[in-house]
Design a protein around this ligand. Structure first.
Ligand code: ARG
Length: 461
């Protein structure tokens, strides 16, 4: 038979394959709560504006609450013939309360309805991301505080560069996840406008009150342009863009954890709770959670590109292409939330092997820059010449097979006669790290200053 919603215009029903390509109920059923909440606010407003009667409003609200309980009890029969969550709910409402159900869709279209439901969903996921990021940052702040003085090698090109502190390295991630947090907060503020009342695309002739529904649903106010409202998915794109950047940070951290936890590096040991064993090699402890975080990033990036690509050719206003917006966001949010939670667990649980870090920090002549700086500061030698002198000192150390600070004063004086034994005061990794007191530098006191800043910021947000 023809459709119960638009059967007036249609003599026959859809082909089976049409029904299959057209249906979104398989995934948009996730939006049932937003759909029902939005409909209750809409019905309440319609009655307040004398567009429907108080009696019909009460029947509608009662019916919608019943439907929510049915869905939550697993007692709801979702039908693909009814295409999507909006029509499934409305059809059931009509079974439950009869003709009054037909008044709910007054001054509304599925176009503003779906824009509302999906925006409320995205808002919820963005709020979750904010909370999860705050927990991850808190986990890092705790590790940074513990390890403000723990020396490790800093790398460029993954080659030993200069000694840094593990606390400082942790605080680098705090900056990254802090930017993610503020991106999420920014897009939350921008997306928090209510689409309801845009109707199909042109608004409505009924005397509705858009501010009422907006505030009932926790929005700052109604959207301003009805055409934009039903064709806009920026809220989803922005959330996924922020999610992709955040996932990129998680993935870089995951990569570092994979490297650090190898026996060759041995900088950290993952807790049993966040690693797996091997079915054949009894000695193995694998960083699977970190690897999966790294992989989830690929999915999340793909989700962003998928929706950008769906949207890029669409004329205003609504096109059915936009029904393909949801799965990308569902997948991205599920992946991001898992990755954030797993990373928070890993960071909080991992054991820092300070001895291995310190040993590695001293290898690879990591304090060569400190020697060059000493020559500049104490002897007034231009930096370029000091760089050259230090290069020769490194060459002698390489030849003798010793660390820089194990060269004798004679060794050093044979390279430059004015070097004195006070130079040995700057060649240890601790002294090197402690000397870098410039704002944002790796010295423990600077790291502690940054920790104080972030604790205050988190407390305030
Ligand atoms: N299921 C649809 C979606 O997700 C609802 C909107 C349908 N609107 C329309 N004009 N056919 O986009």
């Amino acid at each position: 038979g023809s459709n119960q919603m638009w059967g007036g215009r249609f003599a026959s029903g859809p082909a089976a394959i049409m029904e299959e390509i057209n249906a979104s109920i398989g995934y948009d059923r996730k939006l049932y709560r937003q759909d029902i909440e939005g409909s209750i606010a809409h019905a309440t407003m319609l009655a307040d504006c004398d567009i429907i009667s108080a009696g019909d409003r009460d029947k509608i609200i009662h019916g919608l609450n019943t439907i929510r309980s049915e869905i939550e009890a697993g007692d709801f029969n979702f039908s693909r013939k009814l295409e999507d969550i909006h029509m499934n709910v409305e059809a059931r409402l009509s079974e439950l309360i009869g003709p009054a159900a037909g008044r709910l869709h007054t001054a509304r279209s599925r176009n503003d309805q779906v824009a509302l439901d999906f925006r409320m969903w995205a808002r919820g996921e963005t709020e979750k991301a904010v909370g999860l990021l705050q927990s991850l940052i808190a986990a890092f702040l705790a590790r940074a505080e513990e390890h403000a003085k723990t020396v490790m090698p800093g790398f460029t090109h993954l080659q030993t560069a200069q000694p840094v502190t593990f606390g400082h390295h942790c605080m680098a991630y705090v900056e990254m996840f802090g930017r993610d947090l503020s991106r999420m907060e920014d897009c939350l503020a921008r997306m928090n406008e209510c689409p309801l009342g845009a109707a199909a695309l042109a608004g409505t002739g009924f005397p509705i009150d858009r501010s009422q529904t907006a505030s009932a649903l926790g929005f700052t106010g109604p959207t301003r342009n009805s055409i934009d409202t039903v064709s806009d998915r920026d809220f989803a794109l922005e959330y996924m863009a922020a999610a992709s950047i955040c996932a990129t940070h998680l993935s870089r951290l995951a990569e570092e954890i994979v490297i650090w936890s190898t026996p060759q590096f041995g900088f950290v040991t993952l807790s049993d709770a966040f690693s797996t064993g091997s079915s054949i090699m009894p000695q193995k402890k694998n960083p699977d959670a970190a690897e999966l975080v790294r992989a989830k990033t690929g999915r999340i990036n793909g989700d962003l590109i998928a929706l950008l690509t769906v949207m890029k050719g669409l004329p205003l206003a609504y096109s059915k292409d936009m029904q393909e917006d949801k799965e990308a966001v569902f997948d991205a949010s599920e992946s991001l939330e898992l990755a954030l939670a797993a990373m928070t667990g890993m960071v909080g649980d991992l054991t820092v092997n300070a001895k291995a870090m310190k040993k590695a920090a001293g290898s690879g002549y990591s304090t060569a820059t400190d020697l060059a700086d000493w020559l500049v500061r104490e002897l007034g030698i231009p930096f370029r010449e000091a760089h050259h002198v230090t290069g020769r000192a490194v060459a002698v150390a390489v030849e003798k097979g010793v660390a820089l600070e194990k060269l004798t004063l004679e060794d050093l004086q044979s390279i430059h006669p004015r070097i004195t034994d006070s130079v040995f005061g700057v060649l240890t990794v601790e002294k090197s790290a402690a000397s870098r007191k410039s704002f944002g530098g790796t010295a423990p006191q600077e790291v502690r200053r940054q920790i104080r800043f972030w604790k205050k910021r988190l407390g305030a947000s």
